[in-house]
Design a protein around this ligand. Structure first.
Ligand code: PLP
Length: 393
């Protein structure tokens, strides 16, 4: 066998997005790009803020000293700038040495998991979930366990309590959520914090709460993403500039540790070591220097709000059942027939690409990413209506 059995199994488990990618290429070749309505990828299509170009130019024109190795945790001034912003968002005094610069949120999640997991430790994720969590957990010898959220994608605390045992090392939450767009309330976070405190005491070791927040600034209708740090001491925020500044290819993100976390220094040291030995070494130097001057900035959220409304209106007209997302740029409607994979095939016949809910651990739904051109949304309307009619047939 030319590749590891484990990776071979992972490849087939992760094939939904790949399948859609291949299907998109096939349909585009057959029908032309403008006749294919691809809602399968969360690749931001709104440009970075204007200020980004200026900061990039200024930073590039500066003294030619910024291309060498650096401390594995990142530039001190970048860590300070991020710490100041996170302190405001999290209503806690986060210092520069509680921040680690990473290669995107993905790099940050891997760094955290490498730092905290022993073989066989369990990481709990709430379904539907970002599909990579399972692979990231398994990268570091952990076992990924899922707990379903409620009908409105709120956290089911009773189910979570049932799922946790002595091997539970961490719980990952993601708000605003991919794929549902749900944003957890301050009260939900408080209840979650109380549950994790109780369980950590009962099991005699801390259960870390990891909040994956790359969509924090992409919220609608005045929604505010509440701070997590006041709700639970053993918590970490992992985030990036991939979505809020539309820079996913630049691989820049961070991890911030709650200042109240037990053994915070040891945890940061472990994550800094993980950043090094996972081969990231440090987050990209140029982007660290750029984002030092981009704190508090974000893409034009009005663009995504308009796309969300366009898509919601046409899906509602066609009879789809969904919860309007409070944040992020995804919609997770109910599949009009129980078999979401079969329904996604019906959509494909209309040249509409979506990802079945089963790929996120929640069958009976499908995901549409609305970070696409307005015309893609508008021109897909007849196809969505025909697919609904066929499913009801
Ligand atoms: N977490 C969630 C929920 C995501 O949707 C994504 C990317 O789509 C990531 C993490 C990874 O983001 P990054 O590009 O910053 O690594």
């Amino acid at each position: 066998m030319p590749i590891s059995k484990n990776v071979k199994a992972c490849l087939s488990a992760s094939s939904w997005i790949r399948k859609m990618f291949e299907e998109g290429a096939r349909l585009r070749a057959a029908h032309g790009a403008s006749n294919v309505f691809d809602f399968s990828l969360g690749n931001p299509n709104v440009p970075p803020p204007e200020r980004f170009k200026k900061v990039l130019a200024d930073v590039s024109a500066g003294p030619d000293t910024g291309h060498g190795y650096m401390p594995n945790a990142g530039y001190p001034e970048t860590r300070q700038a991020v710490a100041d912003q996170v302190s405001m968002e999290q209503q806690a005094e986060v210092s520069a040495d509680g921040v680690l610069m990473t290669c995107g949120a993905a790099g940050g999640l891997n760094v955290i998991l490498k730092a905290i997991l022993d073989p066989g430790d369990i990481v709990v994720g709430l379904a539907p979930f970002f599909v990579e969590y399972r692979f990231y957990t398994e990268n570091h010898g952990g076992c990924f366990k899922t707990v379903q959220t409620g009908a409105e994608f709120d956290i089911d605390l009773a189910a979570l309590e049932q799922a946790m045992d002595k091997k539970t090392r961490a719980v990952i939450i993601n708000s605003p959520n991919n794929p549902t767009g749900a944003v957890y309330s301050a009260q939900t976070l408080e209840h979650l914090g109380s549950l994790l405190s109780e369980k950590s005491r009962e099991h005699g070791r801390p259960i870390y709460l990891i909040s994956d927040e790359p969509y924090r600034d992409i919220v609608y209708d005045g929604t505010v993403v509440p701070p997590l740090f006041p709700a639970y001491e053993n918590s970490l925020v992992v985030s990036s500039y991939s979505k809020t500044l539309s820079l996913p290819g630049e691989r820049i993100g961070f991890v911030a540790v709650n200042p109240a976390t037990a053994c915070r220094r040891e945890l940061v040291d472990a994550m800094t070591f993980a950043n090094r030995v996972l081969g990231f070494v440090n987050a990209p130097a140029l982007m660290q220097r750029v984002i030092t001057f981009m704190q508090g900035q974000h893409v034009d959220i009005g663009e995504y709000a308009r796309k969300r409304d366009l898509l919601c209106d046409l899906l509602a007209d066609a009879g789809y059942d969904f919860i309007k997302p409070a944040g992020a740029f995804y919609l997770f409607p109910k599949s009009p027939q129980a078999d979401d994979v079969a329904f996604v095939k019906i959509l494909q016949e209309q040249r509409i690409l979506a990802v079945p809910g089963v790929g996120f651990g929640r069958p009976g739904h499908f995901r549409l990413a609305f970070c696409v051109e307005d015309d893609t949304i508008k021109n897909a309307a007849p196809g969505f209506a025909r697919a609904m009619a066929e499913a009801r047939h």
